[in-house]
Write a protein that binds this ligand. Sequence first.
Ligand SMILES: [Fe+2]
Length: 279
Amino acid sequence: MKITPKTKAFGAEISDVDLSGRLSPELREACINALLEHKVIAFPDQKLSDDSLERVSCWLGPFGHDPFIAPIPDREHIIAVCRGAEEKAPIFAENWHTDWSFQAEPPAATCLYGIDIPSCGGDTWYADQIAAAEGLPKALKTMIEGKRAVHSAKLPYAPDGVYGENDRRSDRTMDIRADTSAHATFSHPLLSPHPQTGRERLFGCVGYIIGIEEMPEDEAVPLLMELLAHQTQDEYVYQHQWQQGMLVIWDNRSVLHKATGGYEGQARLLHRTTIQAFA
Ligand SMILES: [Fe+2]
């Protein structure tokens, strides 16, 4: 297996490996080490059926729990991230986030496999939250140190949320199922050691983060907005370009990500799984 780091400070492409073939413990260890080091790893030119995608995901770790988005038919753990060529609904997941950060134990990683990839646009942007933690201005660090962020899925996934009842009336092709369970909250430290590497990282961002414990909303929201501006500066961002047949795995514990548009008139389809942990 050959690892080629991207020119940016993080992200790498991994070649000379066939993920539809033999999946050895040694290869698994190498993949996880590459993920921990590079945070986003891309395997181009893979031929993965849904069976193969599930097999690779399970080999890395147990599946995470995916709420609010229905799995594809006959699969419990695969979500279709899709958009029709003529679709007019707003782009899905165009805001910065960490997948399912509102869960008590958010998933360690997400796998996304490119099936129909437009000829332009549709990049996924990633922001390195270990570098962002290292680069925190002292005053900002002082304001967030020891603070716990309140995470919730309510802004996107409550019935009155972005993907709620109004969105159900749009032409969105993704099967999103908003419900009242999105109002649940769970808090995580804003700044904490990465559970596997111990490196200090910022975890999550405003959006799924709706407040800060023991801080009035009119103080917390501007602080979270200032923090987001820091977290997603150009120097921390890698813009990933997709190819058909490419599997990308990212470490949800060390990066933020977001979708982008720019492929009007073209369909896009990727299949996604989440990995709970690498135990
Ligand atoms: Fe996401």
